[in-house]
Design a protein around this ligand. Structure first.
Ligand SMILES: [Zn+2]
Length: 86
Protein backbone atom coordinates (compact mmCIF):
# COMPACT_ATOMS: atom_id res chain seq x y z
CA UNK A 1 0.00 0.00 0.00
CA UNK A 2 1.49 3.41 -0.90
CA UNK A 3 2.49 5.80 1.86
CA UNK A 4 1.56 9.44 2.29
CA UNK A 5 -1.49 11.53 3.03
CA UNK A 6 -4.75 10.38 1.56
CA UNK A 7 -6.78 12.85 -0.41
CA UNK A 8 -10.06 11.09 -0.66
CA UNK A 9 -13.60 11.35 0.58
CA UNK A 10 -13.72 7.99 2.32
CA UNK A 11 -14.36 9.73 5.61
CA UNK A 12 -13.34 8.60 9.07
CA UNK A 13 -13.48 5.31 10.92
CA UNK A 14 -16.54 5.31 13.17
CA UNK A 15 -14.60 3.46 15.89
CA UNK A 16 -11.21 5.20 16.15
CA UNK A 17 -12.15 8.44 14.29
CA UNK A 18 -9.00 8.28 12.13
CA UNK A 19 -9.07 8.76 8.36
CA UNK A 20 -9.96 5.72 6.28
CA UNK A 21 -7.46 4.67 3.64
CA UNK A 22 -8.27 3.15 0.27
CA UNK A 23 -8.13 -0.61 0.38
CA UNK A 24 -6.92 -1.80 -2.96
CA UNK A 25 -7.44 -5.50 -2.33
CA UNK A 26 -11.23 -5.21 -2.16
CA UNK A 27 -13.54 -3.23 -4.40
CA UNK A 28 -15.98 -2.37 -1.62
CA UNK A 29 -13.82 0.32 0.03
CA UNK A 30 -16.00 3.29 -1.02
CA UNK A 31 -18.75 1.95 1.28
CA UNK A 32 -16.53 1.08 4.24
CA UNK A 33 -17.14 2.84 7.54
CA UNK A 34 -14.49 1.15 9.72
CA UNK A 35 -10.86 0.06 9.54
CA UNK A 36 -10.66 -3.72 9.22
CA UNK A 37 -8.47 -3.90 12.33
CA UNK A 38 -10.92 -1.76 14.32
CA UNK A 39 -13.82 -3.93 13.16
CA UNK A 40 -12.01 -7.16 14.09
CA UNK A 41 -11.15 -5.76 17.51
CA UNK A 42 -14.79 -4.80 18.05
CA UNK A 43 -15.92 -8.33 17.12
CA UNK A 44 -13.29 -9.83 19.45
CA UNK A 45 -14.49 -7.53 22.25
CA UNK A 46 -18.08 -8.72 21.70
CA UNK A 47 -16.96 -12.35 21.66
CA UNK A 48 -15.07 -11.92 24.96
CA UNK A 49 -17.44 -9.36 26.43
CA UNK A 50 -17.95 -11.31 29.67
CA UNK A 51 -14.31 -10.50 30.54
CA UNK A 52 -13.54 -7.31 28.62
CA UNK A 53 -16.61 -5.50 29.92
CA UNK A 54 -14.86 -5.23 33.29
CA UNK A 55 -11.29 -4.65 32.09
CA UNK A 56 -11.69 -2.53 28.96
CA UNK A 57 -15.10 -0.89 29.24
CA UNK A 58 -15.17 -0.14 32.98
CA UNK A 59 -18.40 -1.97 33.71
CA UNK A 60 -18.88 -3.01 37.32
CA UNK A 61 -20.17 -6.35 38.52
CA UNK A 62 -23.41 -5.77 40.38
CA UNK A 63 -24.57 -8.01 43.21
CA UNK A 64 -27.96 -7.31 44.78
CA UNK A 65 -28.00 -3.77 43.41
CA UNK A 66 -24.53 -2.80 44.68
CA UNK A 67 -21.09 -3.16 43.14
CA UNK A 68 -19.10 -6.30 43.84
CA UNK A 69 -16.58 -4.21 45.85
CA UNK A 70 -19.33 -2.73 48.02
CA UNK A 71 -20.94 -6.15 48.51
CA UNK A 72 -17.59 -7.59 49.64
CA UNK A 73 -17.09 -4.68 52.06
CA UNK A 74 -20.57 -5.23 53.49
CA UNK A 75 -19.85 -8.92 53.98
CA UNK A 76 -16.52 -8.12 55.66
CA UNK A 77 -18.35 -5.73 58.01
CA UNK A 78 -20.63 -8.55 59.08
CA UNK A 79 -23.67 -7.47 57.10
CA UNK A 80 -25.80 -10.08 55.40
CA UNK A 81 -26.68 -9.97 51.75
CA UNK A 82 -29.87 -11.73 50.73
CA UNK A 83 -29.98 -12.92 47.14
CA UNK A 84 -33.24 -13.77 45.46
CA UNK A 85 -33.65 -15.64 42.23
CA UNK A 86 -36.68 -15.10 40.06
ZN1 LIG B 1 -10.35 2.70 12.96
Amino acid sequence: MPKGLWNNDLGYCKICQKKLRPLNKKDDYPSRKFHISCWKELLADIKHYNKRAYTKYNHKKMICGVTEQEARERLCNGEKIIMTFD
